[in-house]
Design a protein around this ligand. Structure first.
Ligand SMILES: [Fe+2]
Length: 249
């Protein structure tokens, strides 16, 4: 399998490129519209063809590239069935693997950050979206989020995976790339060790996070599989502009 971890600096998002050597097909997990051309160039350079994109959830901090990729190269759009997006070609459900050549993703419904959130297990690694971040987790105060649901998703579903499964999150804001189930069980300050549900609910209720800058544009745009709003204020237009190679870091 071909594997690349790609970074979008504006929202500190990781996009994952998975390629099947036998069929030459590729899949992108959580592609971002601002770095779509960079990702397509990477796919071409590897001699692959994008078959499909899949999102972990309806993002609030960037616009997904799903629809723009479909228009550019004809890739199918896979989205969690829970969100009932009419623009999706494939509805993701737990228990129904997503196959692209020899790459087989096992979807894991992991609500809490959003109610329709999915993580994707691929052999020895899991793409955890915003359910589980390195030493952290996504916020639970928007998009039908629920701290008690997230506690269950992480502690009962993700932490029950084998200890050496690698954790690839949808974001990292401190330049870290990868963790493991063992490391998060042991070291995650919000969800690790013997953290109780009551303690986690208290932590999440007292984060005092600012209102997300882009949410009012990103969520409606992403419910249409990635449409940039036409009424974007000037200070936010960078979210929809193609990032130059030098800005991508
Ligand atoms: Fe998110």
């Amino acid at each position: 399998m071909i594997f690349r971890q790609l970074f979008e600096p504006l929202s500190s998002t990781y996009t994952y490129l998975l390629g099947c050597r036998e069929t030459g097909q590729a899949i992108l997990i959580d592609p971002v519209i601002a770095t779509m051309e960079r990702d397509l160039a990477e796919i071409r350079q590897l001699g692959l063809k994008l078959a499909c994109s899949v999102d972990t959830h309806i993002h609030a901090d960037h616009i997904t590239a799903a629809l723009a990729l479909k228009k550019a190269v004809g890739s199918s759009i896979a989205m969690p069935a829970h969100d009932r997006l009419t623009c999706a070609d494939i509805a993701i459900e737990e228990g129904v693997p997503l196959r692209v050549g020899s790459v087989v993703l096992q979807p894991l419904h992991t609500p809490g950050h959003t109610d329709g959130h999915f993580a994707y297990l691929l052999e020895d690694r899991v793409f955890t979206g915003d359910a589980l971040l390195i030493d952290g987790c996504g916020r639970t105060d928007f998009q039908n989020g629920s701290a008690s649901d997230l506690y269950k998703s992480v502690r009962e579903k993700l932490f029950s995976l084998p200890a050496d499964v690698l954790v690839y999150p949808a974001h990292d804001y401190a330049g870290r790339h990868v963790s493991s189930i063992a490391q998060e069980r042991k070291r995650n300050p919000r969800l690790g060790q013997e953290r109780t549900l009551e303690e986690f609910i208290h932590i999440m209720a007292n984060l005092n996070l600012p209102y997300p800058t882009f949410i009012d544009y990103a969520v409606p745009g992403n419910k249409r599989c990635g449409v940039c709003p036409t009424d974007l204020p000037e200070n936010l237009d960078k979210y929809c502009a193609q990032m130059s190679a030098s800005a991508q870091g």
